[in-house]
Design a protein around this ligand. Structure first.
Ligand SMILES: [Mg+2]
Length: 224
């Protein structure tokens, strides 16, 4: 594996660089319950499983798939974001152990650091502010800013353009979900690294095209 050519590492947020601890799924449940109180008792289990399976994809897209209507999806997404920020306010938000050290090691090598996510900007920015990462990372992107969310490669294209990265062969993608891996493969990233600190298991990440699996971002330096 040739890691010396890597110029950009594009990390996922929840479950990859930021501790999740079930907050995202709890927020999904709260959003369904609030926006679809009649259907929730009947559909709750199926919807929750779908939210788990599609973790990493654009949240608004997942709601649209489930509810079959963009306006209903927007209402559910607002409820999701409120619930998630409430959970974050209650429980706090913290980096996955080793993230800051990994960022520092990449910076030292002159490698750009970017974040992509399934959240909207109105959720991501307060998180980055809370973490103190706004000045630390080189770029971040959300699905609506790039066009489509994962498993499409749009967010990776957006980041590469923004940071003047000429070829996908200079890019490493790191994430905790199958959708993260699929987007990296679709983009043509040199390396697509799965981490086991988040939503999906090793077999799912492999099946989705991971080129390597590590326990967490703390182990990323072992690939350089
Ligand atoms: Mg994630």
């Amino acid at each position: 594996m040739n890691s010396s050519a890597i110029k950009l590492v594009a990390f996922d947020v929840a479950g990859t660089t930021v501790n999740d601890d079930g907050l995202v799924i709890a927020a999904f449940k709260a959003a369904f319950e609030k926006s679809q109180p009649e259907l929730w008792p009947e559909k709750g289990e199926i919807w929750t499983q779908y939210a788990i399976d599609t973790m990493g994809q654009s949240k608004i897209h997942v709601f649209t798939e489930l509810l079959g209507d963009i306006e209903l999806a927007k209402a559910a997404n607002v409820a999701f974001e409120e619930a998630y920020m409430n959970e974050v306010a209650e429980q706090g938000i913290s980096p996955i152990t080793g993230t800051l050290e990994t960022f520092a090691a990449l910076k030292e090598r002159g490698i750009a650091i970017a974040l992509s996510t399934g959240f909207s900007r109105s959720t991501l920015d307060p998180m980055l502010f809370e973490l103190g990462w706004l000045g630390l990372i080189d770029a971040s992107v959300t699905p609506e800013e790039a066009g489509r969310g994962r498993p499409h490669p749009d967010m990776l294209n957006f980041l590469a353009n923004k940071l003047n990265i000429q070829t996908p062969e200079s890019v490493m993608v790191v994430g905790d979900t199958a959708a993260d891996m699929q987007s990296g493969v679709a983009y043509g990233a040199a390396q697509v690294i799965g981490v086991l600190s988040g939503a999906h298991k090793e077999a799912d990440l492999h099946a989705a095209g991971a080129t390597s699996i590590i326990n967490s971002v703390a182990d990323l330096s072992s690939l350089f």
